[in-house]
Design a protein around this ligand. Structure first.
Ligand code: ADP
Ligand code: AMP
Length: 209
């Protein structure tokens, strides 16, 4: 069974690769960012609480994220395996995850910060189905519209310059220490995340062999 974690800074391409990989392997794509955004859009109390943290680029408190992830991991489509995108982000979260399920592969998406800032400033997404575009590298077929359902694309409120700065600082401070944890456990593989979506996808496949 494939139980895969994608680690890396915001904008590294985790979501883009996770969607492809999940389709290719017939496993679930579990993005805690997507789950939290969906909860915020539905206006649930968890979603409203999470939204304030997300907009500022801060991490949502562990207990909230864990409750939403736990539920999703228990759902039928996750029983054949999963690619986890955006969780864990702290050492404490890695310990929580280990109590719920083992993982076989941790892929670390390595990429220079200058590329991240460029990618995030050009990212647009569909508020209905969550599909992700890039004005420069992955433009939609019709400008400003989702390829799948024609919905007007939006810029995520946390892709502003200020929120991106905060997210990168949070990543360096609390997520980078996770690399050592998984390296020590012998699970970490590094994937060079620059280059085209196809090139990165090929490296991901190679890292999973
Ligand atoms: P993450 O989930 O790690 O935050 P995304 O998958 O949302 O990153 O990608 C961030 C932005 O970069 C999006 O606009 C996406 O379309 C674009 N992108 C993703 N992978 C690549 C790539 N290999 N080359 C160029 N642009 C990419
Ligand atoms: P992402 O879609 O992965 O870029 O996540 C967007 C935002 O959701 C993050 O900046 C956090 O505010 C929140 N978030 C997603 N995953 C987690 C997590 N594992 N722990 C805490 N906050 C998270």
């Amino acid at each position: 069974m494939h139980r895969i974690v994608l680690l890396g800074p915001p904008g590294a391409g985790k979501g883009t690769q996770a969607k492809r990989l999940a389709t290719e392997l017939g496993i679930a794509h579990l993005s805690t960012g997507d789950m939290l955004r969906a909860a915020a859009a539905q206006g649930t109390s968890l979603g409203r609480e999470a939204d304030g943290y997300m907009r500022r680029g801060l991490l949502v408190p562990d207990a909230l994220v864990l409750s939403i992830l736990r539920e999703r991991l228990a759902s039928p489509d996750a029983q054949r395996g999963f690619v986890l995108d955006g969780y864990p982000r702290t050492v404490a979260q890695a310990h929580s995850l280990a109590e719920i399920t083992p993982v076989e592969h941790v892929l670390y998406f390595e990429i220079p910060e200058s590329v991240l800032v460029e990618r995030l400033s050009q990212r647009r997404s569909c508020p209905v189905d969550g599909s992700v575009y890039n004005l420069v590298t992955q433009p939609p077929r019709v400008p400003g519209r989702c390829d799948r359902d024609g919905t007007p694309l939006i810029q995520r409120p946390d892709d502003t310059e200020e929120a991106v700065r905060t997210r990168l600082a949070v990543y360096r401070e609390v997520t980078v220490p996770l690399l050592d944890l998984y390296r020590t456990q012998g699970l970490l593989r590094t994937v060079a995340a620059g280059g085209s979506v196809e090139e990165v996808a090929a490296r991901v496949r190679e890292a999973l062999r």
